[in-house]
Design a protein. Structure first.
Length: 220
């Protein structure tokens, strides 16, 4: 391997391979993903879609509208964003304690960020309020999700859950519970009482980590 010339700045790719990702700018990271030596394209993309919030809601057509990005590069970037989203719910989180609405937001908001439809989940907890698993109950529309209590509790029973916390996002960004949210929560509480699985809270997540707890609001 040829010796490095003194004073020559390492490239973003070299910094990543050397285990120094913190030294690489957002624009440079995007350029590496796009296999660009020049950070110009990454810089333009970062300005148009600020990191991190802008990337979560990216669509293929948004990317292809930029000069220099075709379907292959758009797919590579979308795959990277999806991997980051999935990595935010890694195995290290599986036994974390869920004690407050803020714990729910910290766990779920990275996965729900930028989603353009309502996603309704249940956090299955053990007797010490530690997470057993996340149950994906349903994916709805822009402003509603269809949730059947039997589907939620079937998986909760299968997981041997002692209790559950239900959570869903509002793509509008406003976490204020709707009348449908309140009615559904009350149905779930009643069903949980019958099965011996307590519904501890229903947390609605909005934009930027904003949230509403139906328990704290006295609505359940």
């Amino acid at each position: 391997m040829a010796p490095r010339v003194v004073g020559v700045r390492p490239t973003p790719r070299e910094l990543l391979l050397a285990g120094k990702p913190e030294s690489v700018s957002d624009a440079a990271l995007l350029s590496v993903i796009l296999l660009e030596e020049d950070v110009g394209l990454g810089a333009r993309l970062a300005r148009a879609h600020p990191i991190p919030t802008g990337l979560w809601s990216l669509r293929a057509e948004d990317l292809i509208s930029h000069d220099g990005i075709g379907p292959a590069r758009a797919a590579a970037l979308l795959a990277s964003v999806e991997l980051a989203r999935r990595a935010s719910l890694n195995p290290a989180c599986e036994r974390r304690a869920i004690s407050t609405p803020e714990d729910v937001v910290a766990l779920c908001e990275p996965q729900l960020r930028g989603c353009d439809r309502e996603h309704f989940w249940a956090l299955a907890l053990n007797t010490k309020n530690r997470l057993i698993r996340i149950i994906e109950v349903s994916i709805g529309s822009l402003n509603a999700s269809i949730v059947h209590p039997r589907e939620l509790f079937k998986e909760a029973v299968r997981s041997s859950a002692a209790s559950v916390v239900v959570v869903h996002n509002h793509p509008s960004g406003d976490p204020t519970p709707s009348s449908a949210d309140i009615h559904l929560t009350q149905r779930l509480v009643r069903a949980g009482d019958v099965l011996g699985i307590e519904v501890l809270d229903h947390v609605v997540i909005g934009e930027g980590g904003s949230h509403a707890s139906l328990r704290e609001m006295g609505l359940m």
